[in-house]
Design a protein around this ligand. Sequence first.
Ligand SMILES: Nc1ncnc2c1ncn2[C@@H]1O[C@H](COP(=O)(O)OP(=O)(O)OP(=O)(O)O)[C@@H](O)[C@H]1O
Ligand SMILES: [Mg+2]
Length: 469
Amino acid sequence: MKNASILIVDDDRTSVKTLRHHLGRLFSVVVATNGEQALLLAQGSSTPDLILLDVLMPGIDGFEVCVQLKANPRTAAIPIIFITGLSDSASEQKGLELGAVDFISKPCSGPRLRARVRNHLELKRHRDNLESLVHERTAELLLKQQQLTELNERLNRQHIELENHRDNLELLVDERTAELMIKQRQLSEMNEKLEEMVAVEVNKNREKDMLMVHQQKLASIGQLAAGVAHEINNPMSFIMSNLNSLSKYSAKQLQYNAAIEEALGDCPAEIRSRLADLHHSLDLHFIAEDIFALISESLEGAERIRKIVHDLKDFAGIDEDTMIETDLNHCVQSAISIARGKINAVADLELSLADIPPVLCNPQLINQVISNLLENAVHAITGRGKITVCTEYRQTWGMVTVTDTGRGIPSEIIGRIFDPFYTTKEVGKGTGLGLSVSYDIVKKHGGEITVTSEVGVGTRFIVKLPVSS
Ligand SMILES: Nc1ncnc2c1ncn2[C@@H]1O[C@H](COP(=O)(O)OP(=O)(O)OP(=O)(O)O)[C@@H](O)[C@H]1O
Ligand SMILES: [Mg+2]
């Protein structure tokens, strides 16, 4: 408390002396004798801890000094005690309203003055402590608030980073999902293509298998035909030789019979009559006339069988890979012989053969082509029709034309008739391989096969094969 400084403001020397006497030993005392001096001291470098302020002074009075000190932030907190000769309650009220902490009327006893000064200094000390405490707490709070703000900002930044991260992740997930979907689509497209390719391959293989079966069937039919032809050939030879012998024997027999008849002229009439009856009843006259006709018809039949056998051998007896100089007319005749029965059943055949130089080919296969065309022509005819087969020699080509007066081929299917398995026949009636196989055979021989057709009028197939140079 000794260190507390008190500014005494009073123009009256006696009052100053009394106050210094009461307080001088306990506090450090500074004196101002007017208002202006008091303001200068109070607002100087070291502000007093308490001011004892007189009211009535020359110049600025105590109330005005109080007003100015309270208006200045540096001095506003200094406790001011008015100590004055005024004792009216209006002055006291005014002084307290202006911000003074106490109002003491003179004269005042030393102990009372010291007690009131101490109390106010104590109050100020507490208030100062409280204020510094408040400052400290406020500073701490500010620090905490700042730390909180920083923490908040950091959290915000982390939150934003997290959000960015999440957005990036979502973007990445979206991108990957899109990529995956594209990959998946590409995979399923590839899968579909593969399935299509597999289906195409399976179909091709099936077609190849059926083609092979068809060709094997044809080959085995050919072998069978060759075998049958061979078997028939021998008996046919001795049948024909026997028939020739029979013819000669019959001639001799008839010659002998004539001689007997002549010799009978010398026999008795009864014997001649009996023999004439027997001759008549056995119809020997007719037999003698008919026997040569029978033998010649049989020979003719046997000759036809021999020709068929020969054609069959021609048709089927040659190895598939054999390419030989061949007369196309020969192939045509051979194929017609085989199909003759079927042709005769539905059509009249017109055949016109020209001279053609030999063609290098596999005759068995060319026979097969012409047979297929003839068979198709037969199948195309309803009722009775006509089939014309011509051969021609034009430039370097040997040509075979098969024309029928059948139902014709509609333009919308004509482009498909050479496709394997294309058929308009009922299920089980045709394989649809006839033209496809024929096409392949002709192509293999360096030739061409073409078709023209008119519905209701007929169809013409032309096979062109290069003649040997
Ligand atoms: N001369 C023709 N007149 C009318 N249509 C024909 C004639 N030739 C072929 N076609 C048509 O072409 C199709 C295919 O002929 P292709 O010879 O290949 O097979 P297919 O005769 O049906 O059967 P397959 O020959 O196995 O018995 C026939 O089904 C028929 O519709
Ligand atoms: Mg056919």
